[in-house]
Design a protein around this ligand. Structure first.
Ligand SMILES: C[C@@](CO)(OP(=O)(O)O)[C@H](O)COP(=O)(O)OP(=O)(O)OC[C@H]1O[C@@H](n2ccc(N)nc2=O)[C@H](O)[C@@H]1O
Ligand SMILES: Nc1ncnc2c1ncn2[C@@H]1O[C@H](COP(=O)(O)OP(=O)(O)O)[C@@H](O)[C@H]1O
Length: 300
């Protein structure tokens, strides 16, 4: 079989509230995830000998630790499949940027190999397989704008009002990698945000009242520990209601035209990388996974 190419879009968190901490150290949160039409491309070809190999490992990420390789090995293990895969990646999503690049790579590998190895797992099953690789993996398999609870894996589809889907998201990433675990572990992190109800969003997504109470609880700590993030955020706030995505370091703002987005990218502060993108209603691989309750029979 030939090598096939698959997109791995990035995400932004339109807001992120931390509502508590579990006994295993993980945090309960509420967030609104939006996938963007910008991201990595994975190149995947099945192997008959069962090996799973990375064709172009990234500097600083040994193949064994790469989430795309870990996803393929995990899927092989849980399915008992004897096939392997060659995996390559064109990396465009900044690493450690709060844009879920690694998690999206993992999700894309799970969806692609589910097809190539003819495993027949449903969306729900693949999401369960994905969550053990990272809290952010299921949302990419879910594949739609999502209201997230639990550790980020309990997902409900939300229809975003047209302004949120039609806008142009300008995303800037200062040259600093923020370790997610460090921020979640910080003693000064807000962990007691009052839970919102999904109906607050469904009824109020168009109102400024909803957005005034929707923040990113990790933003203050990240800006304190990594001043470049605070500076980039302050710059972007000149142009709208800018926020940080996830645990940073990326920050974003929505503008209403591609021209404005281009202008912001062209004038962005030194030592930042940037791109603009639009929100996705569906992950490009959404239709490749079935929603049925039962998996179809495995042929691997
Ligand atoms: C903060 C968020 C928001 O979308 O995204 P990123 O900024 O990483 O993209 C996610 O919750 C991150 O998800 P993900 O990056 O998959 O996290 P994991 O690999 O599962 O966990 C990394 C570490 O973060 C902490 N962690 C993660 C998720 C969570 N709900 N509570 C936590 O306390 C744990 O200490 C864990 O060891
Ligand atoms: N395929 C991958 N792409 C990006 N990062 C990866 C990948 N595999 C493992 N990692 C590791 O995961 C860390 C977090 O990466 P990433 O998912 O891009 O950021 P975030 O969790 O902030 O959204 C990286 O710093 C890197 O060490």
């Amino acid at each position: 079989m030939h090598t096939l190419s698959y997109p791995a879009p990035c995400k932004i968190n339109l807001f992120l509230h931390i509502t508590g901490r579990l006994s295993n150290g993980y945090h309960t949160l509420q967030s609104l995830f939006l996938l963007l039409d910008h991201g990595d491309t994975l190149h995947i070809r099945p192997r008959q000998d069962g090996q799973i190999l990375h064709m172009n490992p990234m500097a600083g990420v040994p193949a064994e630790q790469d989430l795309s390789i870990r996803a393929a090995r995990h899927l092989q293990q849980v399915s008992g499949c004897t096939l392997g895969a060659d995996i390559g990646c064109d990396k465009r999503t900044p690493m450690g940027g709060g844009l879920g690049g690694g998690s999206s790579d993992a999700a894309t590998v799970l969806m692609a190999l589910n097809q190539q190895w003819q495993l027949g797992y449903t969306r729900q099953q693949l999401m369960q397989i994905g969550v053990s690789l990272g809290a952010d993996v299921p949302v990419f398999i879910f594949g739609q704008p999502a209201w997230a609870e639990g550790i980020g894996e309990q997902l409900s589809a939300v229809s975003l009002p047209p302004p949120l889907l039609d806008q142009y998201y300008v995303v800037l990433t200062p040259q600093v990698a923020v370790p997610t675990a460090q921020i979640f572990a910080h003693q000064a992190l807000t962990r007691d945000s009052k839970p919102l109800r999904i109906s607050d969003f469904s009824n109020g997504a168009n109102s400024s009242a909803f957005w005034q109470q929707a923040r990113n609880d990790m933003e203050a700590i990240v800006c304190m520990l990594y001043p470049q993030v605070g500076e980039t955020l302050a710059w972007l706030k000149q142009y709208g209601d800018a926020r940080m995505s996830g645990s940073g370091a990326s920050v974003f703002v929505a503008v209403d035209s591609a021209e404005k987005a281009e202008q912001l990218i062209a004038n962005r502060p030194e030592n930042t990388s940037g791109f603009w993108a639009k929100g996705l209603e569906y992950h490009p691989l959404f239709a490749s996974v079935t929603d049925g309750d039962q998996a179809t029979q495995q042929v691997c």
